[in-house]
Write a protein that binds this ligand. Structure first.
Ligand code: CDT
Length: 567
């Protein structure tokens, strides 16, 4: 589909779509794919603050019955042609998604719905009013339906082909293709709106030749479609909303149909309304699916765990920056270990993002200066992040009464807890007396003060130090570290501890070794990161918010009055 301007009436766009559908049907098409957000212009490029105005870009409730879209589904039914079409969805529960449906003409029903998972762009617009924005993170939630393949009856000579949908930016993510590939997909459908020359959006050279920039965008588009098709031995069909919207926003063309060997079977010739047709012999998928990409025989999932356990990049330590001084990598490593422990325990609707405080934050917290300076650095980075991402809760993964906990309780109203306090709550629930396996001798004293502060002294059987610095947990030989921790654990059990808590987020992955040391005694071991996340999940489900009537009231108004916007 070519240009669709902001001012275009819905009826005009719908008429164009009906014309395209009739045209495709007259050429014998059995299935027609329309672009992403096909019924309107690509509105996420505009900052729309007025709620009624925003609502007008969405389809509300069942899209096949929606006033502005239903004629397309009616026409598909009448022609006996299946369609897949992208639209902005205002769901009944209030969620807003960038969605698409597969409509099965013969049964007059939606066979599958997909909600875009990879939302590109930003929440806030660029400062430069001339920049092209893509505010998908503002207007949509990430899709919650996964990459679900589905069978289509009465199509392709009754072969019940397996299809899957993705939307625009999803096609750039190998993970999306593989999720469908692992379900034996034979046709991937993907509508898109891809900006051509938009250097702020792409992070590219503002002085580049716009024509050249469009060529690059087109190259990347075809690259991912052909790669995804080939490596999953599937046909793919992609439909662009293209041309120049509002006389200034250029969108690339490149609608095409790709075969399972990665070859382009048919391709758009214009950036205007156009029907691109290909006959797809689905048996052509067999070659790749049974040889080079026979997943069952060749995949080595034991080496792919990073893909589902890690979101951001964790680089190997810098050369010459070995462990004794290489503290900067400690945070990331510890972060990755914590997430690894957590993942198997998480309900499907909970995701946890690990955040390591950036420089100048100290790379280990061993005393009060580290504590306070890390709280300041973390808060400066976290508060804007929270504005953008709106996390439901925050867990501070330092085993202490860390200053960041109180700071965040003042600044945010989502629940905030530290792993020490969460550990103590869990330990108190699971046993009458707890013990803490501490790192350094100094941390032992600090933990004792914190236990008093938390009002838990009466339940504390003891705190035993391993005489290790925080970074020693990684830099000392593993058997030495585990030996010291196990010895401390046994001493605590000797003092009457029934539940042990691990006194540092960096000890997370040593939990099993500590459990082994005390397993015969019926003693339990609590990991603060896991305990903390589940405590918060419970509070979030309860609708719990931080009370603002007393200690945790924000001082923002006072700060503003003093002209001290120090965050
Ligand atoms: N609609 C959409 O997802 N467009 C994106 C533009 C990239 S924003 C940096 C795309 O991946 O094509």
């Amino acid at each position: 589909m070519g240009a669709t301007h902001r001012s275009d009436p819905r009826s005009k766009t719908l008429d164009r779509m009906l014309g395209l559908l009739e045209n495709a049907a007259s050429q014998g098409a059995e299935l027609v794919l329309f672009p992403e957000i096909a019924f309107t212009t690509f509105f996420p490029r505009y900052l729309i603050n007025d709620l009624d105005g925003l609502a007008s870009w969405f389809e509300h409730g069942d899209v096949t019955k929606s006033e502005n879209a239903s004629p397309l589904f009616d026409k598909a039914r009448q022609l006996g042609v299946d369609i897949s079409v992208g639209f902005a969805e205002a769901a009944e529960n209030g969620g807003r998604f960038n969605s698409s449906v597969y409509y099965h003409a013969k049964s007059g029903s939606v066979l599958s719905k997909y909600r875009k998972i990879h939302l590109p762009g930003d929440f806030e617009p660029f400062a430069d009013p001339e920049a092209t924005n893509q505010l998908e993170k503002r207007y949509f939630k990430p899709g919650d339906l996964g990459f679900q393949a589905f069978r289509v009856p009465d199509l392709a000579e009754g072969s019940e082909p397996i299809m899957g949908m993705m939307i625009c930016n999803d096609r750039r993510w190998t993970e999306a293709w593989r999720c469908l590939g692992l379900q034996g997909v034979q046709v991937v459908l993907c509508g898109y709106n891809t900006a051509g020359f938009a250097p702020d959006l792409w992070g590219s050279d503002k002085n580049a030749d716009p024509k050249q920039a469009e060529e690059t965008a087109l190259f990347h588009h075809k690259l991912v479609m052909q790669h995804g098709s080939y490596t999953n031995a599937t046909f793919s069909v992609c439909a662009a909303r293209c041309g120049v919207d509002d006389g200034k926003y250029s969108l690339i063309g490149g609608s095409c149909i790709v075969g399972p060997e990665g070859d382009i079977l048919a391709e758009a010739k214009t950036v205007e309304d156009e029907v691109v047709m290909a006959e797809c012999d689905l048996s052509a998928c067999r070659q790749g699916k049974t040889r080079t990409f026979d997943f069952a025989r060749h995949r080595r999932v034991e080496h792919y765990t990073r893909i589902v356990e890690q979101t951001g990049v964790v680089e190997p330590p810098k050369l010459g920056d070995s462990a004794p001084n290489g503290a900067s990598t400690h945070g990331e490593q510890s972060n990755a270990n914590c997430l690894q422990m957590l993942l198997p325990t998480l309900p499907l609707d909970v995701s946890v993002h690990g955040f390591t405080s950036p420089p100048p934050a100290p790379s280990a917290i061993e005393g009060n200066s580290d504590n306070i300076l890390s709280a300041a650095a973390a808060a400066r980075a976290l508060l804007p992040l929270q504005q953008r991402e709106a996390y439901d809760a925050v867990l501070v993964a330092c085993y202490s009464e860390h200053a960041l906990i109180r700071l965040l309780r003042e600044e945010l109203d989502v629940p905030v807890i530290g792993i020490m306090e969460a550990s103590l709550f869990a330990a108190r629930t699971l046993g009458a007396r707890f013990g803490i396996v501490a790192t350094s001798r100094r941390s032992r004293v600090m933990h004792a003060e914190a236990v008093r502060g938390y009002g838990m002294e009466a339940f504390c059987a003891g705190i035993e130090s391993c005489d290790l610095g925080v970074l020693d947990l990684e830099r000392k030989p593993r058997e030495v570290v585990l030996g010291l921790m196990q010895a401390a654990a046994r001493r605590l059990v000797g003092k009457g501890a029934e539940v042990l808590t691990l006194g540092c987020a960096g000890m997370t992955e040593m939990k099993v070794a500590v459990e082994e040391a005390v397993s015969g005694e019926g003693v339990r071991v609590v990991d603060g990161v896991v305990a903390g996340v589940h405590h918060l999940v419970g509070l979030v489900r309860m609708g719990g918010k931080t009370a603002k009537a007393g200690l945790y009231a924000s001082s923002a108004v006072g700060r503003k009055a003093r002209g001290q916007e120090y965050f």
